[in-house]
Every structure is written in structure tokens, then in C-alpha cells.
Design a binder for this molecule. Structure first.
Ligand SMILES: [Zn+2]
Length: 110
């Protein structure tokens, strides 16, 4: 009677460990693919990509290195950028390159 419960618990732990390690595997696989892409760790919607392509490359760099981070209380860069278009404006969302907090920037459409 007393021996059954720990066994039961062990099985559950083992199951958890198995699913955990497969999760780690899938995460590290994703990290590998982002490593090969390096500078293109940006996911834009087709609309946002079109918008982004119309922006001068020099301005793009400035936009991405001139983000206000509420956590750092100053200008910072944006990483892991995602872009979408809302109401004709480009919304860039990502993480602060200094502290990792979520930051966002709106680029007004013409
Ligand atoms: Zn920050």
C-alpha cells in the first residue's frame, strides 16, 4: 500500500521530464534557426513588410535604435522585432536590447 504511491509519483515525474526535454529540444531547434538568420529575426506581416520596404534603410536603422524603453527610461534598441500595420501606421513590437522588456514603436504612415 505504502509502496504504490511513490511509484505513481515517479511515473508522473518521468512523464514530466520527458515532455520537458522535448520542449527544450524544440526551443533550441528554433534558436538554431534564428541563429542562422541572425539579422532577419524579424517577423512582419505582408503589409508591414511592404511598409517597411518603403522606408529609407538609414531611417530603418534609426527607427530601430531610437526606441524609448519605459523600463530603462531612455533610448534603446529593439530586438526580436515583429511588425504589423494598423490604421495605416506601422507598429513595431519587440524587446529592449538592454533589459529585455517589451517595447513598441509606431511609425506613422503617409
Ligand atoms: Zn530597457
Amino acid at each position: 500500500m505504502m509502496d504504490k504511491k511513490p511509484n505513481d509519483k515517479f511515473e508522473k515525474t518521468e512523464f514530466f521530464m520527458t515532455s520537458f526535454s522535448s520542449l527544450i529540444k524544440s526551443v533550441s531547434a528554433r534558436m538554431d534557426s534564428s541563429k542562422t538568420q541572425k539579422n532577419t529575426s524579424m517577423s512582419f506581416t505582408p503589409n508591414a513588410q511592404e511598409f517597411w520596404n518603403t522606408i529609407d534603410p538609414k531611417l530603418r536603422v534609426r527607427l530601430m535604435n531610437n526606441i524609448f524603453c519605459p523600463s530603462c527610461k531612455g533610448e534603446t534598441g529593439i530586438g526580436n522585432v515583429s511588425g504589423s500595420v494598423e490604421k495605416g501606421n506601422l507598429i513595431l513590437t519587440g524587446v529592449c536590447t538592454k533589459c529585455g522588456e517589451s517595447v513598441a514603436r509606431l511609425v506613422e504612415g503617409q
